[in-house]
Design a protein. Sequence first.
Length: 306
Amino acid sequence: MDRITAAQVFVSIAERGSMIAAAEALDMSRAMVTRYLAEMEEWAGARLLHRSTRRLSLTDAGDLTLARCRRMLELADAMEVAGGADADSPQGLLRITCSQSLAQAALSVAVTAFLKRYPRTAVDLQMNNRAVNLVEQRIDLALRITNALEPNLIARQLAQCDSVVCAAPSYLAERGTPLRAGDLAAHNCLTYTYFGKSLWQFTDRDGEAVSVPVSGNLSANEDLILLKAAVEGAGIALQPLYSAAPLIAEGKLAALLPDYAPQQMGIYGIYTSRQHMSPALRAMLDFLLDWFARDPAWLEITHAAN
């Protein structure tokens, strides 16, 4: 039997926790899934799964085999892309993950332009605000907005991300307008779960760093939720400028603290290997670097005055 298909079956079983779910995902009969699993266990020379009435779980041999199967599938994908006369031209599927706000403001447009330029490529764009394991989830590229990358990550900076402190006119009418960064400590601040939840950092006009402990009655792991809450008058938010600028221009939010610049972050593309980068991934990184630097709509939003 085809070992590549057997590897796909085994990985699908492990990821979905059942042979029925794997069969549905692969559009394959349960009997065929069972047969491939049996062949995989015969090749491995060991039992790969603990079987119970509720869920399947991996044995120690299954954990080892799962890692080997994933590497086998990655190599198979790489060989398919590498073959033929157009080996250096971008082609194949790219799995990309980023936050919902970045996808909405930039990636949906940028990826569409990329696909028009490289029609032999395809993109699976997944929304996720948390750092993911690229190998386990078979992600080719993760886009993250951060100012503190882990040292073991392979990353390429694609753009800068400015932020703005903002609130709805209704909130300011009720609670007053903060004039200094330190005034935020007395306000209801809407905080992002994964960044600066309790400490917002600024640079004043003299170049001095200012850190302000903040608190509030709402935090969330998606900044679009906080943005919507700010528009409704729930409190003061620290938002990416690309998300808040259109609402500031419409008067739904007011930019605050013009004498204090929020800590700037980078937009990074994170991937697993420089040596085995596919032409499609290399093309995507180059394309995004150029797109962030040149797209008129993106530049208009991200260079909006606070």
